[in-house]
Design a protein around this ligand. Sequence first.
Ligand code: KDO
Length: 335
Amino acid sequence: MKLTRRGFSVGALALSCMISSASGIALAQDKVKLRMSTPASETDQRSVALAEVFGPEVSEFAIYEPHYNASLIAQGSELESIATGDLEMSIASAQELATFFPEFSIFTAGYVHQSAEHQVAVFNDAVMDPFKQKVEDELGVKLLAVMYLGKRHVNLRFPRSEKDVKTPEDLAGVNLRMPGTDAWQFLGRALGANPTPMAFTEVYTALQTGSVDGQDNPLPTVVDAKFYEVTKQVALTQHLVDLNYIAFSKAVWDELSEEQQKAVEKAAVDAAESAREAQLKKEEELVAFLEEQGLELYEPDLEAFRSHVQKAYLESDLAASWPDGALDRINELAK
Ligand code: KDO
């Protein structure tokens, strides 16, 4: 490992992870306790699938203990908590991984992933192997499966009569809440907006009080977090087919038998599949629900957004960190 600042800090985390592994893993009734922390609510489809599919599938040897609404660990600190042995699982974003490993920004770039199916093809392809290996070796985290969060759109407080978003130019000066890491902020700027970093759990109040003009998330999240109560329009930009990974402590993994490891992996893949189906269904159904709530949903000039966003990424330092050939392979897998 190169002795860079980043390399040093992940190395230190991996070391403390080994120490915590040696000192023993939380056991209850001889079962491994799997604390999972997420900013998502209990009713979010990813939370539901983990509770209803993952938990029961591993219940012979593990106790799945979910913590919602960032009540255990703050959004963005989950991976570090897994690495230091303070947490066993999370629903991790590529944006969070990119804070440790810049090459993960390839999965945070707008208009790269095309669909839920494409995400699965990429996750299971050899192109993903070095990414997974690095996270495992340097952070002590295993990425077990890819979860579909959905197509992110721009959701604003203003009615369309006040702000009609056709092109990126229409987002100039719009104070758009984006989650708080560089990769997210970059995406906000690439869309043409003025991004404001903010934790997910603060977004509802920020929209209500007008301290931000809008936020971006998939429709199921707009409904689950009740953002529709405090916003008036959704410009269906589809700027990111967003994903999360089921992240699992390598220290815990290493304590499991081979059979248990297989069961954990299968449970994660099954939960991801169940969440994906539920989320895709909700994305379709919720257009009508949101319209009933009085929101205006419409398609902007997608080509204008796509070319603006793609140009921003390709000209950026982020793209310089992407492994040679990775983008081509990802694009091939979309076909
Ligand atoms: C968000 O903060 O907008 C976001 O959608 C980012 C995702 O990566 C994910 O963390 C998600 O929040 C939470 O799980 C809440 O849905």
